[in-house]
Design a protein around this ligand. Structure first.
Ligand code: ADP
Ligand code: MG
Length: 702
């Protein structure tokens, strides 16, 4: 199925109740009022909502929708939906299709079973969803069922945030407020409505569905819990940016079409480093819309895969021994008129606003490194961070030559020059020379300046971008607020701004590192510099509720102390639950699939030894094989028992953190031992008997 270019422009956003649809269908005054509310982030009048609901319903029904749903993002990190039809019975036994302003603005799902971190008990079920009109409403078809989706926030009866969207929206308000103060203090009064922008790069794996169906570990945990590294991995670098395989290319094409219909600007696609690993990146947009779109992207990637008899694995580490998957969060700040505040221009050394924004981010990331690290702490991501494929769990910033030089100049006084990019010549007349970028890239840095934005490379591939995004927005808001306080009080704000830049570039020099973050030398160096290092999820999550963080999130009305504590509890508990499921899945596979096959194989060897020696021949080789197999079976059996024992004890541990620490230390250790024995057996047992599809099959056969 090929598609004409005109068709792409036509289908893009065709299922979105976007600005164009509103302009065309809403009464003029309603449209103007909605635009104003969205632009100024003001509350929407109830009468307006009634008008909009009606128009929206007609549009949705024309597209085949029978239902609407508030679409929200509970603390599971996934999306949630509860559908209601438009039908409303009439007295004559018929129905009309109805959708009120109230139904558009507010929902009350009995959503008591979502994680709330103790913010409400299950018997207090009332929770509300509320329309976020800054993210467009859309239509989605699942099979033949068509529904109108209303992006919504989700909160408790008492107004506490129970979701990922609410703190993100609140952090956007904080950022707008504090950035506008700084800009106004510097005399830039036209820079209204500052918002963060986000372009998340999504990595994923694709494997054939028939293999997936035979791997209980992939089905239940998203990653392989057993499996030997194949003879060939990613060492040839031949998959990275390699030619797209036909089946995969067709899959990507269909993914793009589905996303374009939803108004998601899917842009870049390519093969990633590991075999069977791929990436999709959209064109960046406002941070909450981009976050909603990333949720849709993950959903579409998985949904379309099934149609191609493939399965899309979003886990951070589906396969040991090859790269895992991340989700680079490209972040910047933009004014309402589209000016990127992190655009350095040709001469960044005299670009005051750029320098101030740059130094703000540097100070924010250094001062609040702990919470930034915690925003990416999950059981899945522990397999990536620090594993020589992803940045270590230490936050540092890559600036590149040009900006590092300017920072050094700033520390000494006023900077006078910006290193300029050179011309690059390839030594052939067939290719004309071109201008290089001012700095090279650094793929090992967790937080890199990449031209006119920062790229936060630690987030994991399954994660909602809301967490890292609201943390970034809030820490930056805090530093902007400090700076605004100073500038507003200063006689000469510009003069004061230079002084602030000098102070920040001196105080926070130690967070800047342009070298290779994957080396042991960097670990030593980072320790010398006194940078925080939280190699595991639990040590990192413990920092969430520090006094500094409680103050930070309360001050900017992003999360109050109760909400923050609840979130920390949810994340810590999720860790224990994840490892518990993995351990139980391992036991299931080891006992019911691997052990029986190994016993069968040893029995065959036993027969062979018996038969051969009975006719008087030597069965020495067979005997050696049998001994080795039996030895490993014993080991496997013991390891199964050991894992069962540690798991049983976990139930007795009361505290959330204590329990999570127990899982991280004691349970994971036994899981590793169990895998080692099973993987060793995989290398000697008859391939015909082995019950699980191998890494080689899953990663290389298409
Ligand atoms: P890379 O070469 O780093 O892999 P990609 O092209 O894959 O880059 O992705 C870069 C991402 O950064 C894209 O999603 C792009 O839209 C996004 N991006 C570019 N400029 C900005 C910006 N100002 N703010 C946020 N994201 C941006
Ligand atoms: Mg990329």
């Amino acid at each position: 199925m090929s598609i004409k270019n005109e068709v792409v422009t036509e289908i893009f956003g065709s299922n979105v109740f976007n600005d164009a649809v509103m302009r065309e269908r809403l009464p003029k005054e309603t449209y103007t009022a909605v635009r104003k509310a969205i632009e100024n982030r003001e509350a929407l009048d109830f009468d307006l909502a009634t008008v909009i609901a009606n128009v929206m319903k007609d549009w949705a029904i024309e597209k085949g929708a029978t239902h609407y749903s508030h679409w929200f993002q509970p603390m599971t990190g996934l999306t949630a939906e509860k559908h209601d039809s438009f039908i409303s019975p009439t007295s004559d036994g018929k129905i009309i299709m109805d959708f009120s302003g109230k139904e558009l603005c507010q929902g009350e799902p009995d959503a008591s079973s979502f994680p709330s971190g103790g913010l409400r008990a299950t018997f207090e079920a009332r929770g509300y969803t509320a329309w976020d009109y800054t993210s467009p409403v859309f239509i989605k078809a699942d099979g033949t069922n068509v529904t109108l989706y209303i992006p919504s926030a989700f909160c408790s009866y008492t107004g506490l945030a129970l979701d990922k969207k609410t703190p993100l929206l609140r952090s956007m308000d904080a950022l707008n407020k504090e950035a506008s103060r700084v800009l106004a203090a510097l005399g830039d009064k036209d820079f209204l409505n500052v918002s963060a922008t986000l372009g998340p790069e999504q990595e994923y794996f694709l494997i054939d569905r028939s293999y997936y169906e035979r791997r209980l570990d992939l089905i239940l945990t998203g990653r392989t819990l057993f499996g030997v590294t194949p003879p060939r991995g990613q060492e040839m670098d031949d998959h990275y940016f390699g030619t797209l395989q036909e089946r995969v290319a067709s899959y990507m094409h269909e993914v793009n079409i589905e996303l374009w219909k939803l108004g998601v600007s899917a842009k870049t696609q390519h093969n990633e480093v590991a075999p069977s690993q791929y990436e999709l990146a959209p064109v960046f947009s406002t941070i909450n819309v981009a976050t909603d779109h990333n949720q849709l992207t993950m959903e579409v990637l998985q949904k379309v895969a099934i149609r191609h008899d493939l399965v899309c694995l979003l886990h951070e580490k589906p396969f040991a021994g090859v790269n895992g998957s991340g989700k680079h969060v490209n972040w910047s700040m933009s004014t309402g008129s589209g000016v990127n505040l992190l655009e350095p221009g040709k001469t960044p050394h005299d670009n005051m606003i750029f320098l101030l924004m740059l130094c703000t981010v540097i100070r924010a990331v250094d001062k609040y490194a702990d919470i930034l690290r915690a925003s990416v702490a999950t059981a899945g991501n522990d397999h990536r961070l620090g594993a020589n494929e992803a940045p270590p769990a230490i936050i540092s910033i890559f600036l590149g030559d040009q900006l590092t030089d300017i920072l050094e100049q700033l520390a000494k006084g006023s900077p006078t020059s910006s290193k300029q990019a050179e011309e690059l010549m390839l030594g052939t007349s067939a290719i004309s020379s071109f201008a290089k970028d001012c700095t090279d890239r650094n793929r090992t840095s967790p937080f890199a300046f990449t031209g006119n934005k920062f790229e936060f490379r630690m987030p994991g591939s399954t994660q909602s971008t809301a967490g890292p995004s609201f943390v970034l927005n809030t820490i930056v808001s805090e530093v902007l607020s400090e700076i605004a306080d100073e500038l507003e009080a200063a006689k000469d704000p510009k003069d004061r701004a230079w002084a602030i830049l000098k102070r920040i570039s001196t105080e926070h020099k130690h967070i800047v590192f342009n070298g290779d973050n994957y080396t042991d030398k960097w670990l030593e160096e980072a320790e010398k510099r006194g940078l925080a290092h939280h190699p595991t999820t639990i040590s990192s999550l413990k920092t969430i509720t520090s006094k500094q963080n409680v103050e930070l999130f309360s001050k900017h009305n992003v999360l109050n102390s109760t909400e923050l504590h609840a979130r920390a509890d949810i994340l810590i508990e999720a860790y224990s639950m994840k490892i518990n499921i993995e351990a139980k899945t391992m036991l299931n596979i080891a006992k019911r699939q691997i052990l029986p096959v190994c016993v069968e194989y040893s029995s065959r060897l036993g027969c062979a030894v018996g038969n051969i020696t009975a006719v008087g021949s030597s069965a020495e080789a067979q005997k050696t094989m049998l001994d080795r197999t039996c030895g490993l079976i014993n080991e496997l059996h013991t390891n199964i028992q050991n894992l069962e024992k540690v798991l049983a004890k976990a139930d007795d541990i009361a505290g959330l953190t204590e329990k999570a620490e127990y899982f991280q230390k004691d349970v994971i250790k036994e899981m590793i031992d169990l895998r080692t024995a099973a993987d060793e057996l995989e290398t000697i047992v008859d391939a015909e008997l082995w019950p699980l599809p191998t890494y080689a099959e899953m990663l290389f056969l298409k």
